[in-house]
Design a protein around this ligand. Structure first.
Ligand code: ZN
Length: 287
């Protein structure tokens, strides 16, 4: 199927007068040579953008995924412990990224405990995100949507990630914030020019990406998260799907296929795009 980015801003029921209508000047499938930093709370939060990431990677954009926590709490398996789960989820993340064409060098994990980002030292965690923004200098930053004209409710860790990332973007551009990075670590203040927000309300999303050509990669990458989306959630049996009960493979792939969003029978991923200063990322112009 021909790859297109479908712009649906003014369709009935999609978008509101309050929504930011800024759009990428160049359609996403034509992006080339951009550096993209996706900030997430857990290993697998990037899954909802995997089709877009595979597309961007295929078109010679450089992608980095920065995850705040190790994901070391996400299990219902009574035999699992935090250290093992931390290692398992790192490996799952790396395997999923490999399917998308990304290497381990493109994965950064800040090592915070799963479920406790809101209790972490905000100044410290924002400083770490600022460090990577200044080091990577992304042309586009992808993040949980902090909301547009109101705060979006996300579950724990996700809502913290949304706001910490927004605050870090703002701090990164001020040379006297986290100035030690500039004085001692050879970094410069940096302003992120463009944003793709995922995970927000559908009515706030202002464009979508046709992922038809990358659907198989998205589903295959999703199948690497066995500790999360298979019976491994309750009873982890290792990283090889063949070691799981009969029928596991079919049920996992069916579950992943059911999660795909469609618009006019085209598989899509939806985002809120924003271009401009960080102060305006979450609100329309005010008097
Ligand atoms: Zn998550």
């Amino acid at each position: 199927m021909k790859m297109i980015t479908t712009i649906l801003v003014f369709l009935v029921g999609f978008g509101t007068p309050e929504t930011s209508y800024s759009q990428p000047l160049t359609p996403i499938e034509q992006w080339e040579g951009k550096t993209i930093l996706l900030v997430a709370a857990h290993p697998d939060d990037d899954y909802q953008s995997h089709g877009t990431l595979a597309l961007l990677n295929n078109n010679k954009n450089k992608i980095f995924i920065l995850t705040l926590t190790t994901g070391n709490v996400g299990t219902r398996d009574p035999k699992m412990n935090k250290n093992d789960l931390s290692k398992i989820r790192r490996q799952e993340q790396i395997e999923a990224m490999k399917v998308l064409g990304l290497s381990e060098q493109q994965y950064i994990n800040l090592g915070y405990d799963d479920g406790r980002v809101e209790f972490a030292d905000k100044e410290e965690i924002i400083g770490k995100i600022v460090y990577y923004i200044r080091k990577i200098k992304p042309d586009v930053l992808m993040s949980f949507d902090p909301g547009f004209n109101y705060a979006v409710w996300h579950k724990s860790d996700h809502r913290a990630a949304a706001y910490l990332t927004a605050d870090a973007v703002r701090a990164a551009e001020w040379r006297l914030m986290y100035e030690g990075q500039i004085i001692h670590q050879n970094l410069n203040a940096y302003s992120v020019p463009e944003f793709l927000f995922y995970g927000g309300n559908i009515k706030d999303k202002n464009f979508e990406v046709d992922i038809s050509e990358y659907l198989d990669k998205k589903i295959l990458a999703g199948s690497k998260y066995l500790s999360q989306w298979s019976s491994g959630w309750n009873n982890y049996l290792g990283s090889d799907l063949n070691d799981y009960p009969a029928g596991e493979k079919d049920s996992l792939f069916n579950r992943l296929k059911k999660r795909i969003k469609y618009q006019n029978n085209i598989p899509v991923e939806r985002f809120r795009y924003y271009k401009g200063i960080p102060d305006g990322m979450g609100r329309e112009k005010r008097d």
